[in-house]
Design a protein around this ligand. Sequence first.
Ligand code: BES
Ligand code: MG
Ligand code: ZN
Length: 489
Amino acid sequence: MLNLTSVDLKKVKTETLIIPVCEDKTIHDNQAISLLIKKAKQLKEFTGKKNDEVIFYDLEEIKAKRVMFLGLGKLEKIDPEALRAFAGRAVKKCMKTNLSEVLLAVPCGKNMKTEIASALEAMMEGAFLGNHIFDKYKKEKKLKPLKKIYLLVKDDMVKKYDLLPARVETVCAGTILAREWVSTPSNDKKPEQFTKSIVTLAEREKLKVSVLNEKELKQKKFGAMLAVGAGSNSKARMVALEYSPKDAKNTIALVGKGVTFDSGGINLKTPGSMEDMKTDMSGAAAVAATLITAAKLKLNVKVVGVIPIVENMPSGSASRPGDVVKSYDGKTVEIGNTDAEGRLILIDALSFCIKKYKPHTIIDIATLTGACVIALGEKIAGVFSFDDELAKAIELSGKKTHERCWRLPMPDDYKKLLKSDLADINNISSSRWGGAITGALFLSEFAGDARWAHIDIAGPASIKKGHEYCGAGGTGFGVRLFCDLLDKL
Ligand code: BES
Ligand code: MG
Ligand code: ZN
């Protein structure tokens, strides 16, 4: 799918060459390409400004049928994310013209501030992710993905980076898997179905898989999680995936919120806030896809994924506001609001995970609060941890993959907002403000002494309008970030 090449442009077989062009500096050191850019810039309508484009056909100096120039803007704006967007845009253009292959010129010139390895990786990611379309639910399939994407680099780089294409493909296939799970409508991913889908793919990669069904969850007293699933006809499941390479010492645990639909329960959401709630299993999707990807990459670290899966529905058997339930670790929780269900399933998953695996590090990822979206907007995730090093590592990986994370505080004195007169703790805060923080503090009460972090992805888990390398729907947020992070922890 992705291929590095240093082919001579006079002999190139690919019909389409696409060249990224900088407005104010040269970013290519390939002579032939520089000459082509000069020619394009002789046109008044093309300066290399961001989103400028022009196509030349049947040029004498090169064999490709068409050469497309896409503007990137000024040099200072050309970072890995701009290259991801460029590659995604380039691939989309080809798809729309019904092409099956493309050759993308990688800017390797010395003006480039981005290191070549990062530039290459970013372009591959943008191209591969941009080449994905989720049209399973359409009768008419309008676009066909490209079959082959070539990246034009210097001679010595073909060998130097020969392992990179396969790695990027594997990681991005994980992102796409998560995207498709998230975009799948809730009627096709009820807890039973979603569980099956995860188990099938995980077993294919030889992960150790275990599933607790509702009966077992009852026996083992997962009271908080069962309370959330109680209103649905499709019963709760706890899925655990283990990737254990031979000599790995430390265990890293990932826990992902898997609410296949969040109606709010008896505290029913309003129509406007309910529509997107099929995406409330985005944390689960990210964790399952990461575990599957870790196995494919043969990472050198033990990783476990713990995934509580439920549907939050109102019915005669649903939990009521004011109910008190006993969580897996024994603390009682007053359900102040049935719509604060994510934290209820996560606390049982966290305590189960800590008891069973004694992980060195535990990170949960969840579409937990609307308040986090109010705080950071729709593109940035909130990170919470008492461990500075872990929070920093998450932020750094997110910066690298452009899955942006921003740390928010967990002040001790906010904990009292979660007091319950009746039970050990309430699942909602007595204040309407700072909901992302009180959500995180609630979880922290069940993380014990573990080195723990929480990532609130209520904002970036899905998008309403697609961009260069992601269509509307699930974004797969977290998979690329975790793959980068696992290598570093
Ligand atoms: N799944 C929602 C959070 C959410 C909101 C995700 C917007 C994606 C976009 C969560 O279960 C929820 O309902 N949270 C409540 C918590 C409140 C009742 C304390 C919220 O944010 O309003
Ligand atoms: Mg909710
Ligand atoms: Zn929810």
